[in-house]
Design a protein around this ligand. Structure first.
Ligand code: JFZ
Length: 476
């Protein structure tokens, strides 16, 4: 016989477990009903066809629509702590360390006296962008921490006046980019400025944002600094504003007007707070479908923007190439970030990844730059009939076998998985005249057959690229 006391205890334990899980489940349901679970947000919203046409027909954005691939650089004082403050690893993105660790301005400011990136070499950075096949370079002239990485008369909290380095790296980079035909662009944090009592975001030193004289900050720092950027540098490809806290349409207009007056051809991104020349997706968020208009995916190469010494979560070249092509086939640009160290070095793994991507682009760039999105769409994957995501919505099951980009008279089929013997495309409307692989220097014609809208191309046994072999179909 079993001990009766023990079995009673077991029964109580079971009852308790059942009860608690029921209570837990209903609390979860309540939370959902009360809207505590945020509704799933798409990576980017579709806009009306008029809006998309306005973006596409803008002559200023022509270079941007063709560029497809840009280098983002997050570089500032935050590269010194590199994710660690007073011996503690601070979770989250590196450039947010001042905010995450609630570092007082008086303490954070002292980093400037240590900032001496003697290994910085503008030629090497611009050369890396070129080797990677990137057509534009967007660098943080001032991030949320408020420190200007350029020579400023407006605030002495800048790299020339407050550091032993004393050089203006932005001037050097501008020249190095111009030499190589790379569009030089600035990121500028117009709203958040944790150094200024009236800038948005620093509540630990200066109290809540709604008590601040935000217009005073715009008038005395943000607008005059943007004026400096627009008058002392350029022509700029674009200005990348960010996190439009407290920005109203009217406040945004002051920036828009200044850009239009001083550099009529400079694009404005979608995070100013009013209408921009193009839109950004959420960071690292790639839509599941073709999105019309002009847009860009800002993305990290590991899991941080600003340098963190212990973030080794690098995306392999295969992943970066897939994302570049995936985004291009949906109509967008890929703005891929590196976070240089406080010495001025772009981490070697970032360099290696980018150069590998560049090697692939050297052979296959024709199927990326200046192309239009896929006429198909089924290759992106589909909503699962059975599986759901964390929010209970049908899960989008991404397919990764192939993608398609186009230009007049040509379809480029990007094969990420090499099919045995042949590739079949259904839904093929036009008549194919010629099929060959971009990686084949002789462009030897491949055998194909077409019946109705079904096309089958015979392929060689071995894939020419370990990443993405591009099959070019010339149509009649
Ligand atoms: C912002 C910054 O706060 C961050 O430090 C970095 O510079 C990044 C590129 O931009 O972060 C954002 C802004 C917008 C979204 C996500 C992160 N968003 O719309 O999903």
């Amino acid at each position: 016989m079993q001990n009766p006391l023990k079995s009673i205890r077991v029964i109580i334990a079971i009852m308790l477990t059942v009860y608690l899980s029921a209570v837990g489940a209903s609390a979860f349901k309540q939370g959902q009903q009360q809207g505590q679970q945020p509704p799933p947000r798409p990576a980017i919203n579709q806009v009306s066809s008029e809006e998309a046409a306005r973006e596409m027909n803008n002559p200023r954005s022509k270079w941007f629509r063709e560029a497809k691939f840009g280098l983002f650089i997050h570089w500032g004082l935050y590269a010194i702590p590199a994710g660690t403050w007073k011996g503690q690893q601070i979770p989250g993105i590196g450039e947010w360390i001042m905010n995450r660790a609630k570092i007082p301005v008086k303490e954070y400011e002292q980093l400037a006296a240590q900032f001496n990136p003697v290994k910085f070499n503008a030629e090497e950075w611009a050369q890396l962008a070129q080797d990677a096949g990137m057509k534009y370079l967007t660098i943080t002239s001032k991030h949320h921490d408020g420190f200007a990485m350029f020579k400023s008369q407006v605030s002495k909290y800048d790299i020339v006046d407050a550091t032993p380095f004393k050089r203006d790296p932005m001037k050097e980079l501008e020249a190095a980019c111009a030499k190589r035909g790379i569009k030089f662009c600035f990121y500028y944090s117009q709203a958040q400025d944790w150094h200024e009592p009236n800038g948005a975001g620093n509540t630990w030193d200066f109290g809540p944002d709604d008590k601040k004289d935000f217009d005073q900050y715009l008038r005395d720092k943000a607008l005059p600094q943007v004026r400096e950027l627009l008058t002392q540098y350029g022509p700029l490809g674009l200005i990348w504003f960010d996190t439009p806290r407290l920005m109203t349409e009217q406040r945004a207009d002051q920036f828009n007007k200044m850009v239009r007056d001083l550099q009529p051809n400079c694009l404005v991104n979608g995070r100013l707070g009013g209408k921009g020349d193009y839109r950004s997706t959420g960071d690292n968020r790639i839509p599941n479908e073709v999105v019309s208009g002009v847009w860009e995916v800002p993305a990290t190469i590991n899991d941080t923007w600003g340098y963190k010494s212990y973030d080794d979560h690098w995306k392999p070249p295969a992943d970066v190439i897939f994302k570049l092509v995936d985004i291009t086939s949906k109509g967008g640009n890929y703005l891929l970030n590196v976070g240089p160290t406080a010495e001025g070095i772009i981490p070697q793994p970032s360099q290696d990844i980018l150069r590998e991507v560049g090697k692939w682009l050297k052979v296959n760039g024709e199927a990326v730059y200046g192309t239009s999105p896929t006429p198909f769409g089924k290759e992106f994957g589909q909503l699962s009939a059975t599986k759901t995501d964390q929010r209970g919505q049908p899960l989008f099951e991404q397919a990764k076998e192939w993608r398609c980009t186009t230009r007049p008279g040509k379809l480029y089929v990007h094969l990420f998985t090499w099919p045995a013997k042949s590739f079949t495309l259904d839904g093929m409307k036009g008549k194919v005249a010629k099929a060959y692989l971009l990686a084949d220097p002789s462009r030897k014609e491949l055998k194909f057959s077409q019946t109705g809208d079904n096309l089958t191309v015979t392929l060689p046994e071995k894939a020419p690229s370990e990443f993405d072999s591009v099959l070019c179909l010339e149509t009649k």
